[in-house]
Every structure is written in C-alpha cells, then in structure tokens.
Design a protein around this ligand. Structure first.
Ligand SMILES: [Zn+2]
Ligand SMILES: [Zn+2]
Length: 329
C-alpha cells in the first residue's frame, strides 16, 4: 500500500513509501517524528503527522489483496485532530498522479519531488484541513492550509472557498487588512458560486467598515444587495441601511430596513434587528404608534442586542394615542 505522510506543522508531504506490513505502516509515520521536512526542514511532532492513503489501495487492503491482508484500522495516533479517526484517502486521478510521481520520475530531486507532492495534496486537501483547523480554533494552522490550498488550487471554486475561509480566519486573528485582501480575492472569481461570493462581499463590507473605509463598505454591501441573493441580500440591506443612517440619509435607511425586515427569513436575527431599526426610525420621526409594533416584533424575535434594546425603548414609549391596532398593548 502507498503511504503518504503529511505534516500539519508546515503543510508539506514529508514522507512516502510502500508499506507491506502493519509494522511498515507504523514505521512510515513514526519514523518522521522529529525529522526535518524534505521541503522546508521544519521538524514535525507526532501530533502533526497525518497519513494519506490512496483510496483504491485502502480498498485492496480491505479486500485482502495486499500481502498481509488484514482489514485492521490504522493506529489512531497519526491524526492531527483528535476527532479524526481514520486516515485521509484520495482516489481516482489523484491517486494515479501520485503513483506516477512515485514511480515515474526517478531523476527528480528529493526536495522537488516532495514540493510537487505537497502542492498536489494542498490542492485537494488544503480547504478541508484549513476548515478543520479553523473549527478546532487553530487559526495559524488554518491560515497555512488555506493559503496553500488557494495558491495550489486547480479548481477556481475551490480557490474561492479557500480565500473565503482564509478571510474568516484572518478576521478571527484580528488581521483585518489580510482578511480584506482575502475577501477581495474571492470576488475576483466571477464564476464562483453566488453563496461564496455573497458571503465574501458581506464580510468584506464588515471589515472595510471596521477599517474606517465606509465608501468601500457601502460598495461591498451594495453588490450583495444587488445580487438579490435570498440568503444574503436582506442582511446586506440591513447593513447598508445602517451606513445610510449614519450618513444622515434616514429615508434611504428606512426603505433598506423595510426590505431587510420583509425579505429576511423567519429565524434570521436580521429580521428582528431590522424591526428594531424601523422602530427607532419611527420613534425618532415622531410616530411612536408606528414604532411600537416594530419594537414588539424585535422583542418577540429573541435576537440578542436588538431584542434587549427594543424592550427598553418599548418601556419608554409614550402611551398610545390612537387605537388603530385594537385594544391590546
Ligand atoms: Zn515542510
Ligand atoms: Zn430623518
């Protein structure tokens, strides 16, 4: 069976071999602990190592076609993340490419060979490993995999996905300028799925606003709003409305919030937040009776800060003068 060992410490393939027994399989990764990576020289610890097996080899192993024919599970310690209980597998063309690289070009220098292998693995596993690392809170490692995944991607959608998660991870690290650049990279892939582009546009708007670039933020939100994407346009309208409001354009803000309130999904906190904002609009424009139902909606929608604030505003509203909405309240 072909065994490839990846290091999550540096993101490179650090070893490959054909393992013909359980002992060789064990040794294939144990032997790499503390040894310099052939690409960059960084020494992995045991917990950094991950075994990659081509899928058809795994099947052959399970089918008993390989020499020692035991369908036992590999040692669990190889996994970089405690939740991973099986080695990663690659299939089809990738497996073939890997084998060709292994056997086909003996003259290739070791470093070049491992660099090529590392790029191939990053292109198919960078996004997955990056997302897993991000989920596990290991942001530095996530950045490493996502960058490498994006740079080596052969599929533009995968590259866009890597840049999106790279941006989200950089945000969590507080690297706003790097996050901005990553989100802009996503938007450079004009054929990427709308969901990925809208998610990036939405986050780009947030980051630009935090960086003080309100004109840029407005442009980013506007693009998402214009897409009329069912999952993102309401939130973009909410955010755009807030920017308009801060710029003193209250009527424009109101109509954007109305859009957000109407089009946001039922469980979406955007719906309640837009309701709060509309309540605020009507209260500050002298119509507490129009403000009241919006505040009530925000309270009922149970969406965090807007709910708390709406409850406070509601208590402060003057008593109803007209009974347009019946006797309750
Ligand atoms: Zn390395
Ligand atoms: Zn006004």
């Amino acid at each position: 069976m072909n065994v490839f060992v990846l290091s999550h410490r540096c993101g490179h393939c650090v070893h490959r071999q054909v393992a013909l027994s359980d002992d060789e399989y064990e040794a294939s990764w144990r032997g790499r602990v503390g040894k310099p990576c052939p690409v960059c020289g960084v020494r992995p610890e045991e917990s950094d190592l991950q075994i990659i097996l081509p899928k058809d080899d795994v099947q052959a192993w399970k089918d008993g076609l390989l020499p020692w024919g035991k369908a036992n599970q590999p040692h669990a310690n190889f996994a970089a993340f405690k939740t991973t209980s099986a080695p990663e597998t690659v299939r089809g063309e990738m497996a073939k490419t890997l084998r060709d690289r292994m056997y086909g070009d003996a003259s290739r220098k070791r470093k070049e060979e491992y660099t090529a292998l590392s790029k191939a693995f990053a292109s198919i596993l960078g996004l997955q490993f990056g997302m897993e690392a991000e989920k596990a809170g290991d942001y530095e490692r996530a950045v490493m995999w996502l960058k490498s995944g994006a740079e080596n991607a052969t599929d533009p959608d995968a590259a866009a996905g890597c840049y999106l998660y790279l941006g989200l991870t950089q945000q969590k690290l507080g690297n706003l300028a790097k996050a901005r650049d990553a989100f802009r990279s996503v938007l450079g892939y004009s054929s990427a799925p709308a969901t990925i582009r809208c998610a990036a546009g939405d986050q780009l708007g947030n980051v630009l606003k935090q960086l003080g670039d309100h004109a840029g933020a407005r442009k980013a939100y506007q693009a998402v709003f214009d897409s009329r994407d069912p999952d993102f346009s309401a939130k973009a309208a909410l955010n755009l409305g807030t920017l308009e409001d801060e710029a003193g354009n209250h009527e424009r803000a109101k109509s954007l919030w109305e859009y957000a309130h109407k089009h946001a999904k039922r469980q979406d906190s955007v719906k309640g937040t837009a309701a709060y904002n509309l309540g605020w609009y009507w209260e500050t424009h002298g119509d507490p009776d129009k403000a009241r139902p919006f505040y009530k909606f925000a309270v009922a929608s149970n969406c965090g800060e807007a709910t708390t604030r709406a409850a406070g505003r509601l208590r402060g509203l003057p008593k109803r003068r007209r009974g347009l909405f019946g006797r309750r309240g």
